[in-house]
Design a protein around this ligand. Structure first.
Ligand SMILES: *Cc1c(COP(=O)(O)O)cnc(C)c1O
Length: 423
């Protein structure tokens, strides 16, 4: 298990580079990634037969290339994510049939461009999350191998927005429909070679045992055609000092023992894939912003930064907690209770809020305009959920490798912003 980071509310550097230098050289708001952390997290998962990176967490090309060179395969959830994977250098299909599929398209639907791409130019492996996907792929590309994403009938998410199983979830093929799905597939000569569940485990190994039971039942029902099982993503990372990692060795062991039983019954090995997004990139990412106003409103102290929910949407969407630190001349100042907001003309543009929009205060050094605020553990679902709301350009991104920062995405210019518009 990785060593836990202790978060403090003061910081001077990121991966050995002073925050002020990054801000001056590249401007703010700025996403900064530490390459070493991404490599470490992939290495943590080396016991799995395949680590498949769920790129939706952070799919900038330089990050994808780094992940590919570290030995991971990749997951894509849209046509453009397939194109990104190919652009980052993954082959479209495996060289040898026993090799893992380099790219897997996992979704509950094919939008038309994804189906066209997969049936034509880029015949990547498909993990089907609905009967309609089997039907549609079968008509366009009979004879392919597929895997099935199952909804085991229960889930494990902390809110409706993150729950990925159960009868309130839109995801996966309902567990009772498994045999019907296999029949439908064979009608088109689609070969079901594996099963997939993405439930999200949290740190709760007891819950994981229930997931494994469900997978075992499904694996037995599906029969010896099964040669690969994916346990999905959902590995947690600590977002504060009380957060925990899951015990990876125990997690792996629970899955491996179940799959070994299946392998014995079927007399062939079964490959175990894991498919994390957050675990691989969350801790590598920092959103650096500059404080542009300090306000006292009826006894409440506000820091307003130049980054808002157009740059980091998780606090507004889910009430997610991100560690915040101050860098700059005031980093040594005494502390105060602060509400941290962004620049948007929207009262909800507050970083320090809980689920339901309840505003919280954060203990931070007494800062001034010109100090920097760093939002930490922001590498997953950070830049990617950014928007152009208020005509704010998407932030720039920098990757630090061996102490050297490198621009991997330019800040959008005005002409980038309006490039698709027609007057
Ligand atoms: C989003 C997603 C993941 C990654 O989830 P994390 O919580 O980031 O690990 C994995 N698999 C599928 C199918 C997903 O949709």
């Amino acid at each position: 298990m990785p060593e836990k980071t202790i978060f403090t509310n003061r910081r001077s550097e990121i991966a050995g580079v002073p925050v002020a230098r990054l801000a001056e050289e590249f401007g703010t708001p700025l996403y900064v990634y530490d390459a070493a952390k991404i490599k470490e997290r992939i290495a943590d998962l080396a016991m799995f037969d395949t680590v498949r990176y769920a790129q939706k967490a952070c799919s900038s090309l330089a990050i994808l290339k780094l992940v590919r060179k570290a030995g991971a395969a990749v997951d894509a959830v849209s046509a453009m994510e397939i194109r990104r994977a190919v652009a980052a250098g993954w082959p479209v299909t495996a060289e040898k049939p026993e090799d893992p599929d380099p790219i897997v398209y996992t979704a509950d639907i094919f939008d038309r461009d994804a189906l066209d791409l997969i049936a034509g130019e880029y015949p990547v492996h498909v993990n089907c999350g609905s009967m309609d996907m089997i039907w549609q792929l079968g008509q366009r590309a009979p004879g392919r191998e597929i895997t099935l994403r199952l909804n085991p009938g229960f889930g494990h998410g902390h809110s409706q927005k993150t729950n990925t199983g159960g009868d309130q979830s839109k995801h996966g093929i309902w567990h009772e429909d498994l045999m019907r799905a296999i029949e439908l597939a064979s009608h088109f000569d689609l070969k079901v070679k594996g099963l997939h569940m993405h439930i999200g485990s949290g740190t709760d190994l007891e819950h994981l045992a229930t997931v494994c039971e469900a997978m075992d039942r499904a694996g037995l029902a599906a029969g010896p055609r099964i040669s690969v099982i994916s346990c999905g993503g959902g590995l947690p990372v600590p977002y504060d000092n009380s957060g925990e990692y899951v015990d990876l060795a125990a997690y792996y062991k629970i899955w491996r023992e179940k799959l070994d039983l299946l392998a014995k019954v079927y007399r062939h090995p079964i490959r175990l894939e894991i498919e994390p997004g957050r675990y691989i990139v969350a801790e590598s990412g920092y959103l650096v912003s500059e404080i542009r106003a300090v306000k006292n409103q009826g006894g409440n102290l506000f820091y307003l930064a130049d980054a808002g929910f157009n740059n980091l949407a998780r606090p507004v969407m889910y009430g997610s907690h991100h560690p915040i630190s101050v860098a700059g001349p005031s980093a040594d100042a005494p502390e105060a209770d602060v509400i941290v907001g962004g620049p948007l003309c929207e009262s909800g543009d507050i970083f320090t809020q809980k689920e339901g929009g309840y505003v919280e205060k954060r203990r931070l050094p007494k800062a001034e305009v010109g100090d920097y605020l760093v939002f930490e553990v922001a590498g997953a679902y950070g830049f990617m959920m950014g928007s152009n709301y208020n005509s704010k350009p998407l932030a720039a991104e920098v990757l630090i490798e061996d102490g050297v920062p490198r621009l991997i995405r330019k800040r959008q210019s005005f002409s980038d912003l309006i490039s698709c518009e027609v007057e």
